[in-house]
Design a protein around this ligand. Structure first.
Ligand SMILES: Nc1ncnc2c1ncn2[C@@H]1O[C@H](COP(=O)(O)OP(=O)(O)OP(=O)(O)O)[C@@H](O)[C@H]1O
Length: 271
């Protein structure tokens, strides 16, 4: 019997290093094998990049991992537990959350309401009503509101806390999206193109947050990114997908110099 098989479920020696293990993952849309027998692992405490040409299956892989799509076949293990096929809110409660390339805050709610809703789910409205009737604010509700305010301080959106999310700039919406993920107290965040449509100043701030959240708070980061300078600066290792599957992985330097990667990009639509 192997050491892994002898250990209790979820604590096997081989699993402690990998927070995410994707095995033989496949998702078919009609005739398209968007993700095709794809396997990889993400090490705990890393900022891991996911790159590949357009249509390589990166977004579909993220949607499968975060529960927004169900796999056709294959398994996904997060922190020692099978999560494939579970709905997004259950996966988020286990500590795995994702952001979207186009952030999706609830526009008709304020910045603060957007954050309060994350841990409370359907109960968020109740917390909110209680906020206006201070005598009714319970211990848990108070804690959630205080945590939301602290997160807004952290991402420097505190002065916009009563603004409707719909009125925020694109960059501010990105920060709000990051703030919402932090409210879920994640162990791992999937970031979909944090660099897309972001100016240099905000990009520097986002890079700072990503590094600090990973290296100081221990949140594993898994990032889809097309901006190769940003990938080289932030990510190690980098996983390359092509045609729905895992092509290779390595340091940014290694993947950049890998002829298979060049071929995958030049054979597709080089960006
Ligand atoms: N809902 C869907 N229905 C049908 N086909 C889809 C669907 N979602 C994705 N696909 C197809 O699956 C393949 C992989 O798409 P996906 O968006 O995952 O790639 P990607 O690597 O994220 O691409 P990009 O870098 O351009 O965002 C593409 O051929 C795409 O057209």
């Amino acid at each position: 019997m192997t050491a892994a098989a002898q250990s209790p479920a979820g604590t096997a020696a081989g699993q402690s290093d990998a927070i995410l293990e994707v095995s033989n993952l496949t998702r078919v849309f009609g005739g398209v094998r968007a993700v095709d027998d794809c396997s990889f692992r993400v090490r705990r405490g890393t900022i891991t990049g996911l790159i590949g040409p357009n249509g390589a299956g990166k977004t579909t892989a993220f949607n499968l991992i975060s529960g927004f799509l169900k796999p056709t076949s294959g398994t996904i293990v997060f922190d020692g537990e099978r999560i494939d096929g579970l709905p997004p809110h259950v996966i988020a409660r286990k500590g795995l959350v994702r952001t979207f390339q186009i952030p999706k805050p609830l526009g008709s709610m304020t910045v603060l309401e957007n954050l309060v809703l994350v841990p409370m789910g359907q109960e968020g409205e109740r917390v909110w009503n209680a906020w206006f009737r201070p005598g009714l604010v319970g211990q848990r509700e108070r804690e959630i509101i205080d945590r939301a305010l602290a997160v807004l301080e952290y991402v420097d959106l505190i002065r916009l806390r009563d603004e409707y999310a719909a009125n925020l700039s694109g960059g501010q919406k990105k920060l709000l999206e990051l703030a919402r993920t932090l409210m879920a107290e994640p162990k791992m965040i999937l970031l979909d193109e944090p660099g897309a449509g972001v100016n240099r100043t905000l990009m520097r701030r986002l890079v700072g947050y990503i590094e600090e959240l990973c290296y100081e708070r221990g949140i594993t980061m898994f990032i889809i990114e097309h901006d190769m300078d940003l990938v080289a600066r932030l990510c190690n290792p980098v996983i390359v997908m092509s045609e729905g599957t895992h092509l290779c992985e390595g340091t940014p330097e290694e993947v950049r110099n890998n002829p298979q990667v060049l071929e995958a990009y030049l054979g597709g639509q080089y960006r």
